[in-house]
Design a protein around this ligand. Structure first.
Ligand SMILES: *Cc1c(COP(=O)(O)O)cnc(C)c1O
Length: 385
């Protein structure tokens, strides 16, 4: 059966060879350390699980959920946005429950992209921004994130003819995979730029609570952002809830209602019991999150210090659980990652897998404990370059 042209356009999965090698190593009995996966290893805080268990017993929740999400959950989202960023949102018109932020990110372009419209997306990046353009027969245009630009796209480099056709600009700060954060000045420039060129700003804020120094800002802390922006939030990384599938979109009411219209024709909303657990999590964020962040901070500090001692080059991330590191001796990212797996049994992700501008880097995820990281460092020190 021939795949649709759209599906054929999806870039090939670059990690086939690495996956094969990893499985081969495990079969050989090698104690493989996996620093490749962006999925927190810690369990969801017990209190959240307890709320969900009770909610499961509620027969009202066994029926179809509300399409846009339960009002109590959207209210918890609005309260969080107000407490954390000082911005008010109407839970009924400016917030939408998502079944994990990924589905919202993937579905959003359906509401706005016609064939030939351009979607601007960062490179390297989470692949879903680009896939949304492919699924709508849009065109996608990469904005390179470079070391020199502190991994913030240079908006002046986007060609005029692209800009004329561009409709959505995707950004993600704190950033996966580079670990970079955006400044208020940058977001200000972005909002002005978007207004000038008639762009929708779509900001992915999945890591906005996973920070170790200054709290990262929301796009809505910029005056006038609500005129042009939608922001995608996720409970996945914040509360170690990746398996639960819960997040929300917040922002301009026309953008929110357009996404709601797409979703109401595709899915039937998030399970209400999970929204109840999610509302509890958001309402108790200030108590629940610091113990989790402390664990990742200890890992970040340890790994950053040790990698530096080994001579690796990177910018120490102030947020996210990733380190974005230059490959030594200008090796290609695939070549280096293969060598590390082959010779010392450690899985890391080649930068090229996140886009062409990711070449020359690799990503380490802080998703194993410090003891395992110690072992990883011991092994890396023996690597012959
Ligand atoms: C993990 C991740 C998400 C999505 O998380 P969900 O589990 O779908 O909420 C979105 N964006 C980035 C950059 C991520 O790394």
């Amino acid at each position: 059966m021939e795949l649709s042209k759209r599906l054929q356009k999806i870039p090939p999965y670059l990690f086939v060879e690495l996956d094969r090698l990893k499985n081969e190593k495990i079969k050989e009995g090698v104690d493989v350390i996996d620093l490749g996966i962006g999925d927190p290893d810690l369990p969801t805080p017990k209190e959240i699980v307890e709320v969900a268990k009770k909610a499961l017993e509620n027969p009202a929740y066994h029926k179809y959920p509300s399409n846009a999400g339960s009002l109590f959950f959207r209210k918890a989202c609005a309260d969080y946005m107000k407490r954390r960023f000082g911005i008010s949102f109407d839970p009924e018109t400016e917030i939408l429950t998502l079944i994990g932020s990924k589905e919202g990110i993937a579905h959003f372009p359906i509401a706005f992209i016609n064939p030939g419209d351009v979607v601007l997306y960062p490179d390297p990046a989470y692949p879903v921004y680009r896939l949304g353009a492919i699924f709508t027969d849009g065109e996608s245009y990469p904005m390179p994130l470079t070391w020199e630009n502190d991994f913030l796209p240079d908006l002046t480099k986007i060609p005029g003819d692209i800009l004329k056709r561009a409709k959505i600009i995707w950004l993600n700060y704190p950033n996966n995979p580079t670990g970079a954060t955006a400044t208020k000045e940058y977001f200000k420039e972005l909002v002005n730029f978007a207004k000038k060129h008639n762009l929708i700003v779509a900001h992915d804020a999945a890591y906005i609570e996973m920070y170790y120094e200054e709290p990262p800002i929301s796009i809505f802390e910029i005056e006038g952002a609500k005129d042009v922006a939608i922001e995608f939030h996720s409970l996945s990384k914040t509360f170690c809830m990746t398996g639960w599938r819960i997040g929300f979109a917040v922002g301009n009411s026309s953008l929110i209602s357009a996404l709601a219209k797409v979703k109401s024709n595709i899915d039937s909303g998030a399970f209400t019991a999970i929204q109840e657990a999610g509302a509890y999590a958001l309402n108790n964020l200030e108590k629940l999150v610091p113990p989790l962040v402390k664990v990742f901070k200890e890992r970040r500090d340890f790994l950053a210090e040790e990698l530096q001692k080994l001579g690796y080059e990177f910018k120490k991330p102030s947020a996210t659980f990733y380190l974005w590191v230059k490959t030594p001796k200008n090796m290609s990212s695939q070549e280096f990652c293969k060598k590390v797996l082959q010779e010392v049994g450690i899985v890391i992700t080649p930068g090229i897998g996140f886009g062409n501008a990711g070449e020359g880097y690799f990503r380490i995820a802080l998703t194993v404990g410090v003891e395992r990281l110690k072992e990883a460092i011991k092994r890396l020190a023996t690597l012959k370059l």
